[in-house]
Each structure stands twice: as C-alpha cells, then as structure tokens.
Design a protein around this ligand. Structure first.
Ligand code: FE2
Length: 155
C-alpha cells in the first residue's frame, strides 16, 4: 500500500510526530501505572482510590488512541510496542507488591505533574507546525490537569 500522505510539510510532520509519539509513550505507561496501582492498592481509602485509578486508566486509554490515530493521520507511524514504551517512558516505576493508598495518591500526583509538564512542552512545540495536533494535546492536558487537581486534593 501507499504511505499515508498527511497535510503537513516534512519539517512540521517531524516535529509534530515526535510530540505525538512522546505523548503516546506517556499515556500508554500512565495506563499501566494506574492499573498496577489499582490492583495492588491497600489502605483505608481503598475503594475511592481504586475506582479513581480506573478513571485515569480510561482517560489514558482513550487519549492514547486519539494521539496514535492523529499521528497516523499526519503520516507518522505510532509506536506503542511494550519495549518502545519501556525504553522511552520517563514515568517513575511503582514498586512491586502492595501499595499503600497514601503513597499511591502521592505517586499518581507526581507522575501526572511530570506528564503534564511534558504535554506543555509538546503544546508549545506544535503551536506553529500543527495547530490541529496541538488542539488535541491541549484537550488531553485539560483532562490530565483536572485529574492532577483531584489527586492533589486527596493528599
Ligand atoms: Fe478493576
């Protein structure tokens, strides 16, 4: 088949593709991070945190699909392979085993803050090259920032 031809110039496609690929890695790993915490959680606030973590999973999964499909729409192949994500993710790893609710809330808050900072950089980077991708990144950032507030408010 022919390669997908998007609307962007080669240089705009490159910058935007890197931003979307970086966002994809963050979101795939965020979904895994939140599920790991969802399963291994302990503590008095188990129920509320357990359920809240699945909201993060849902947000990450929907958003990863949106950024991956935006990437291919501009002719950049998204790479969501486990090894790629493991190699490139900068989200701190959770410890294996049981995780206390207070520590999970702090870890999620911290991870979201780091991801949001990278999304802000991607928003700046795509401003001129591709406002359509930028708009997608802004929308996802608004949801990440809302979750960041809600996790901070629990600690
Ligand atoms: Fe579950």
């Amino acid at each position: 088949m022919a390669a997908i031809k998007g609307p962007l110039s080669e240089s705009a496609q490159k910058v935007t593709g890197q931003a979307l690929q970086g966002a994809l890695v963050d979101l795939v790993d965020l979904s895994l991070f939140a599920k790991q915490a969802h399963w291994n959680l302990t503590g008095r606030n188990f129920k509320v945190v357990h359920e809240h973590l699945d909201e993060i999973v849902d947000l990450a999964r929907q958003s990863m699909d949106d950024v991956a499909e935006r990437a291919i729409a501009i002719g950049v192949n998204p790479d969501g392979r486990a090894r790629t994500v493991a190699d490139r993710s900068e989200i701190p790893q959770l410890e294996a085993g049981y995780l206390e609710d207070d520590k999970v809330v702090a870890a999620v808050t911290d991870a979201l803050a780091q991801i949001i900072a990278r999304f802000r950089e991607r928003i700046a980077a795509t401003d001129e090259p591709d406002p359509v991708s930028q708009d997608l990144l802004i929308g996802i950032s608004a949801e990440l920032e809302k979750q960041h507030w809600m996790f901070q408010a629990q600690s």
